[in-house]
Design a binder for this molecule. Sequence first.
Ligand SMILES: NC(=O)c1ccc[n+]([C@@H]2O[C@H](COP(=O)([O-])OP(=O)(O)OC[C@H]3O[C@@H](n4cnc5c(N)ncnc54)[C@H](OP(=O)(O)O)[C@@H]3O)[C@@H](O)[C@H]2O)c1
Length: 248
Amino acid sequence: MRIVVAGGTGMVGRLVVSALGRRGHDAKVLSRSHGVDLSSGAGLDVALEGVDAVIDVTNARTTSPDEARRLFGGLTTNLLAAERRAGVKHHVLLSIVGVDRLTGSPHYEGKRAQEALVKAGGVPWTIQRATQFHEFAPQTLSWTRKGGTAMIPPLLLQPVAASDVADALAGLGAGAPQGALDLAGPGPEDLVDMVRRYIVARGESVTLIPSWRSGLFGVESAGEWFLPGPGATLAPTTFQDWLAQQIA
Ligand SMILES: NC(=O)c1ccc[n+]([C@@H]2O[C@H](COP(=O)([O-])OP(=O)(O)OC[C@H]3O[C@@H](n4cnc5c(N)ncnc54)[C@H](OP(=O)(O)O)[C@@H]3O)[C@@H](O)[C@H]2O)c1
């Protein structure tokens, strides 16, 4: 099948392109660095000619809820309009487990706007909601590290390897639309502990301060907001296995 990966140069997008290739599909990258800006929609019609399905793993970074809704909403609106014109038969969106439960995060506002547009967008859809990636540990460290210390929100997570999410998305893109699905990792983890194990595995020394004042997630994020419900699919790669792969 010919499948477009919107955001195919990104962290999870690159893995989706590889997973599609392994399954024998013709994967095509859509991103600004590949000549298509979804904010304007320029070049989209040509990019979607003859395409069977689109997997959307784009991202937008902002600290403003209004801007998040505008950015994610704009990308998704332009993409869906072009898919309808091109007759694309399946739109797959990567979203986040618990996105409709946790308020106050600009990113989550944007993702909720995206989900609503996909459900009403007139292209048969699947929304794959995933929990935070194992990669979230080093990302959080890089966002919060100041010299030899880093302030980490003590989130309760059930993280999943981005490669497992990419495999799931590749399988979904080549199949029939399935509505909303949850995907999580094999077991619960504590983000501070994940970051500490990552630092130790790399032989580094950083003092971690568990805190809700990092600017990333506030105290309203305490609790089980990020954990999957009973119907979620559980992916196989543990945080420990992922860590061992990174170090190897
Ligand atoms: N990190 C997690 O734990 C987690 C968990 C669940 C779900 N997710 C979701 O995963 C998605 C992808 O995250 P990521 O970390 O892989 O993102 P990323 O590395 O920042 O990649 C973003 C991708 O989007 C493309 N892009 C951005 N703006 C664009 C535009 N205007 N037009 C066309 N392409 C554009 C970028 O390419 P160019 O720069 O070349 O345009 C890039 O390929 C996000 O939506 C996030 O909500 C993440």
